[in-house]
Design a protein around this ligand. Structure first.
Ligand code: AMP
Length: 210
């Protein structure tokens, strides 16, 4: 199954991508994680992406499209995949179509902006493996320590309140039009993000299977 997860930053796409990945045994592909990894490794692409990312803007389409093209060509994607954070603009969606990728479903997780601002302020990510936590909703077993790899969990630079507001602006201007793009193909399913992560997960899995 080939899936896209749409939604504002902080809507819970990453968490749901992990659940679907376990459930269907297909890779979850996060362009955000791939860019952060490149940045950590000091690659040319990572350095190019740095200033955009840190200001809450999108990295240029050609850079992200290149990353995805390479990733989707790998063996583990042949049975299916979940895209988390791609596409984020209409030209990116068009590029995916032009690659001949046939998407089965696009799941849009909807959460109000005020809720997102509140949620992102509590988000923590592991410096080492990128696993995501929340101080209230999904705390790590030991505060500040990743359950998966023992790395330190920290506030992402772009989760600071002023940057979050810019990311939401970017989302509404550039990513939200994708809802209409995919509604036209009949593949869009809307999931209302719930207070409890487990409830959103139940609705997301029902959307995947329905
Ligand atoms: P995320 O972890 O998905 O919130 O992504 C973090 C940041 O990476 C975004 O704010 C963008 O700067 C960049 N990014 C991730 N995915 C994309 C994309 N598909 N297009 C452009 N920029 C992206």
């Amino acid at each position: 199954m080939k899936l896209i997860l749409l939604g504002a930053p902080g809507a819970g796409k990453g968490t749901q991508a992990e659940v679907i990945c376990e459930h269907l045994q297909i890779p979850a592909i996060s362009t955000g994680n791939m860019i952060r990894e490149a940045l950590k490794n000091g690659t040319e692409m990572g350095l190019k992406a740095k200033s955009y990312m840190e200001s809450g803007a999108l990295v240029p389409d050609d850079v992200v499209i290149g990353i995805i093209k390479e990733r989707l060509a790998k063996e583990d994607c042949q049975k299916g995949f979940i895209l988390d954070g791609f596409p984020r603009t209409v030209p990116q969606a068009e590029a995916l179509d032009a690659m001949g990728v046939e998407i089965d479903k696009v799941i849009d997780i909807e959460v109000a902006d005020e809720k997102i601002e509140q949620r992102l302020s509590g988000r923590r990510v592991c410096e080492k493996c990128g696993a995501s936590y929340h101080v209230d909703f999904k705390p790590s077993k030991v505060s500040g320590v990743c359950d998966k790899c023992g790395g330190a969990t920290v506030v992402r630079k772009d989760d600071e309140p002023a940057t979050v507001r810019d990311r939401l602006k970017t989302y509404h201007a550039q990513t939200e039009p994708l809802k209409e793009y995919y509604a036209k193909t009949g593949k869009l399913v809307i999931v209302e993000g719930q207070e409890e992560v487990a409830d959103t997960t139940r609705l997301t899995l029902a959307a995947v299977e329905g």
